[in-house]
Design a protein around this ligand. Structure first.
Ligand code: AMP
Length: 329
């Protein structure tokens, strides 16, 4: 049943190419109706300014559900005071068209007041996995993400929610909070969509001119080289340092870090070699996965003290690189 339209919204083609709701009550009513009809529902949370990366997640969501809701909410609590909350691109009409083109059923676009009403006082904070990398570089960022994603998941009550592996640390934070808070939803990670040069698509790429985009695309190349060096058995610390030098030589003004980490707890690996690092000609090369992350397909050294203390690290390993601040990826 199409509750949104029966709630008095204009038919899809008259004003907007797909129904848009702005309140939790409307969202819940529609999702409840679909579920009552035996349909599975997926949620794809976004901040809008949609591109092919987001749309690929919507398509992936349709593999898991009959109905797909996309949300667009530029969440103020995940932006630091010096960050780009005001400048962040807002293109709702175009977003709605793109979502309609891929068959999305509903756009949930709440106001800030709907998400954070007067007196709002709760914060979801995920220890551990939120702390390194972007967590260290952007204090409070993952608390903002964890809080808004918890709310979106609880508001929608979807069966499945799809997030991009491009924001890999965010995906791990979300997996952790869903387990910890017993939120009844399956979290699905979708692969990173890239342009022809290997640059991960991002709404913030709009800030880059052509020259900066060329430099930014080098990130992917440098990480691929780092992965092949790890696979060839070079020590992690040396590979990390070489990658920082290569990024600087490519034109990045400042590299905050390149770090090889375990895939789910993001525990630091190294400085020695990864196990299984020797090249295996029978194995397919690993597909690049993100501008700031590459699959390594490698095992951490079992003898490392950190490894023992953490009770074992997952594999494969990943090389991480912080986005250079001056390029604001
Ligand atoms: P954002 O609008 O940037 O907050 O992203 C919304 C969702 O889309 C997040 O789960 C992102 O990880 C995902 N996403 C963003 N860019 C890409 C991309 N290039 N490929 C796949 N997923 C992406």
């Amino acid at each position: 049943m199409d509750v949104v339209r029966s709630l008095g919204h204009k038919p899809a083609m008259s004003e907007t190419p797909l129904p848009i709701v702005r309140t939790v009550a409307e969202l819940r009513a529609q999702v409840r109706a679909w579920k009552a009809a035996g349909e599975r529902v997926a949620l794809v949370p976004t901040m809008g300014a949609l591109h092919e990366g987001h749309l690929s997640l919507v398509r992936l969501a349709f593999d898991r559900a009959e109905r797909v809701v996309a949300s667009v909410f530029v969440n103020p609590t995940q932006f630091g005071p010096a960050e780009d909350f005001d400048a962040y691109p807002r293109t709702e009409a175009r977003d709605a068209e793109l979502l309609a083109d891929v068959g999305c059923d509903l756009l949930y676009a709440p106001t800030v007041g709907e998400m954070y009403p007067q007196g709002f006082a709760t914060k979801v904070s995920v220890a551990g996995v939120s702390e390194p990398l972007d967590g260290a570089a952007r204090p409070g960022h993952f608390d903002g993400v964890a809080t808004v994603v918890s709310k979106l998941l609880l508001q929608a009550g979807a069966d499945v929610a799809v997030f991009g592996e491009k924001d890999y640390q965010q995906l791990q934070v979300i997996r952790r909070l869903v387990r910890d808070l017993d939120i009844p939803v399956d979290i699905v990670g979708g692969p990173t969509a890239r342009d022809g040069d290997g640059l991960a698509l991002s709404s913030r790429n709009a800030y880059l001119d052509a020259g900066q985009k060329r430099v930014a695309a080098q990130l992917n190349q440098v990480l691929k080289v780092a992965i092949s060096r790890l696979r060839a058995g070079e020590p992690i610390a040396e590979v990390e340092q070489a990658a920082v030098r290569a990024l600087e030589a490519s034109g990045f003004d400042q590299v905050d870090y390149v770090e090889v980490r375990g895939p789910s707890d993001l525990a630091r690996l190294g400085p020695g070699r990864l196990e299984g690092g020797s090249p295996d000609p029978g194995r397919r090369p690993h597909r690049p996965h993100a501008a700031d992350r590459q699959h390594g397909g490698l095992r951490p050294p079992s003898a490392s003290p950190g490894h023992a203390a953490r009770g074992g690290l997952p594999q494969p390993g990943h090389a991480w690189v912080r986005r250079p601040r001056t390029l604001k990826l």
